[in-house]
Design a protein around this ligand. Structure first.
Ligand code: PXP
Length: 277
């Protein structure tokens, strides 16, 4: 199991003070964040270049392309100028996401069934032609997964938002069941499987029960913790949670049983450790 660290919110903090200002040394610098995350053991760095450039901008991506030592994963919408940018700067991976101007963060998975009828397959082929591995951010839905397999993308990233937002044990178990069925189907259809969105120090342990996951892409919770403990420690803390499940293929062995100590978001977590029976 690998950890991809999404550093968008480092740029969000920078923009809170320096939006539109190009003089001086705008801080905090996402490049430093990527560097610290990698030093702590992150397996990849993710940024989302949004059309409105609300956090990460073109220069960030160009500099990250030159400095990231692991893998650079670019989240992007299927819009002509952003796709052309990706073709030019060639991140190692590209994750296609839906994008709405008004949303605070990516709200739902891509509608691959609809998109597959338009330019999505061409976009995927264009990105692959320059050596980029393509992933589609989708909900844990069998029809979406079948459609994703037909597009030629190498990966899907399962949307874990509904799992992260679940408030009861029953709801959590139901979401894990959906994600497990989705991962099994994706694997059967030849897709590789990543996951992300809303994962934090309390709920990430629970997601490890889902088979075939290769990389978890996590942003907000790591950046939030880094304010208090520093980026390296925040990344190490998350790695400690996910590293209990790994092997040389990057595909997880399923732990016998994982139980989260905390089940309600309203409770203060005592620990994020696993209970293994
Ligand atoms: N994966 C995708 C496709 C996303 O859009 C995001 C949010 O940018 C993440 C993972 C990370 O989500 P979070 O910030 O909630 O950890």
């Amino acid at each position: 199991m690998k950890l991809g660290v999404n550093i968008d919110h480092v740029a969000t903090l920078r923009q809170a003070r320096y939006k539109g200002i190009i003089d001086g040394v705008p801080e905090p610098d996402p490049i430093w964040a990527a560097n610290a995350a990698e030093l702590a053991g992150a397996h990849s760095i993710t940024v989302h270049l949004r059309e409105d450039r609300r956090h990460i901008n073109d220069l960030d991506v160009r500099l990250l392309r030159q400095t990231v030592q692991t893998r650079l994963n670019l989240e992007l919408a299927d819009t002509p100028s952003i796709i052309a940018f990706a073709e030019r700067f060639k991140p190692d991976e590209a994750c296609l996401v839906p994008e709405k101007r008004q949303e605070l963060t990516t709200e739902g998975g891509l509608d691959v069934i609809r998109a597959a009828q338009s330019k999505l397959p061409t976009t995927i082929a264009r990105l692959q032609r320059v050596g980029i591995k393509v992933s589609l951010f989708i909900d844990a839905d069998s029809e979406q997964i079948r459609a994703a397999a037909d597009t030629g993308a190498e990966f899907i990233e399962l949307h874990t938002g509904p799992y992260a937002n679940s408030q009861t044990l029953e709801a959590i178990a139901a979401e894990i069941k959906k994600l497990t069925a989705a991962a099994n189907l994706a694997h059967k259809l030849g897709l590789r499987v990543n996951a992300g969105h809303g994962l934090n120090y309390q709920n990430t342990a629970g997601i490890l029960a889902v088979p075939y996951l290769e990389t978890l892409n996590i942003g907000h919770s790591i950046i939030a913790r880094s304010v208090f403990v520093g980026m390296r420690q925040a990344v190490r803390d998350m790695l400690a949670i996910i590293s209990c499940v790994s092997n040389s293929t990057g595909i997880n062995r399923r732990p016998r049983l994982h139980t989260l100590r905390t089940t309600k978001l309203s409770q203060r977590p005592r620990a994020y450790s696993l209970v293994e029976n």
